[in-house]
Ligand binder design. Sequence first.
Ligand code: GCU
Length: 416
Amino acid sequence: FVWFSVTICFSQINFDENQVPDYILPEILLTQNGKKIETSSQWDSIRRPEILDMFKNHVYGDVCDDDIKIKFETTDVDDYALCGKAIRKNVAIHFINGTDTLTANLLIYIPSKHPDGPAPLFLGMNFFGNHTIHYDLSIPISDSYVRNNPGFNIFNNKGTEESRGVRESRWPVERIIDRGYGIATIYYGDIDPDFDDGFKNGLYKLTANCASKNPDKRSSISAWAYALSRAMDYFETDDDINQSQIIVFGHSRLGKVALWAGAVDKRFAIVISNDSGCGGAALSRRKFGETVKQINESFPHWFCKAFKDFNDKEDSLPLDQHMLIGLIAPRPVYVASAENDKWADPKGEYLSLFYSGPVYRLYGLQTFEQDSLPLINKPLWIGNMGYHIRSGDHDITRFDWERYLDFADNHFNKIK
Ligand code: GCU
């Protein structure tokens, strides 16, 4: 019986390119009134706000933050971190509503020497706690709910000393510092625990009053992205950090978050999506790998309620994910896929970039010319777009990082 139900479940998922249905994407440059957008200023004043609203209403929702005050408290500075290579800071971001507070720790490493002025910096969320990204004993362990992972010594939904550094392969901190970049992270569970709790915990606890006007707009992805923007607010106050060179990045579900944060908040200078898949860079209408229905059923809290209306009805979405990339234009965007990560639909991830081209072209930028995937391990850059499909699995590896560092160097004119 178990075998039977598993078979049924997987038989609904398509991993065959020949079975991808025909689809017509909504016109990225056609307004809701049927007006064709012809200039970048029309895009910025008419179509971009329209598309942003559509994503808020149908996909990612929004955080109603009228009742929240934010306070930054620097709780730790070490000028000799990582054997003198880096300055480490820990900034507690307090989200306050009256007597209710929520605190998330923003962990920051900045190169000790940044001769070109304040350092550019990568910002991304992590899955299992800040202390899992590096063995540095000074990184505080979060008290927030953590998903169990026996392989990482995480039991009873609690961060542990034994899980310090378990995710270091995804966070080559020293290498990033050596390349002249800072790196900062927030544990996503500090903002909203990643399970369906009816938004009783995390940030939404503090927004209850405000959100009661529109409770269906709540989603974990919008809460996580909101926190990345608050980290950006902090960077604007820190003279060691170049606030005009912040790169927001994320892997997998946190890649979806990075894309949404980058779409909403134009202060992010570069946006990077690593294996973000369905609800991230991948086109929903291709229904290849994970589908809208599948993701909504497995993770009901990630997206707003209205996204469920499109389960098995991708063709009736008034948008698709190429329009999410369009919201980032004309800023540089890099999307990466992994060959074995069929669940995330590598081709659909590439095509979102391809079909966002008309927006980048309004800004006089060159865009990808072919609608077929580039070769494996051959990064493709044109104008402000970057893409690669790497061999291997769903992961963020040194290969990925080296490409992101090169891409950032190129855009920040750091190539000497
Ligand atoms: C699941 C989910 C994906 C997500 C991934 C991750 O596989 O279906 O949408 O990207 O988890 O975050 O690791």
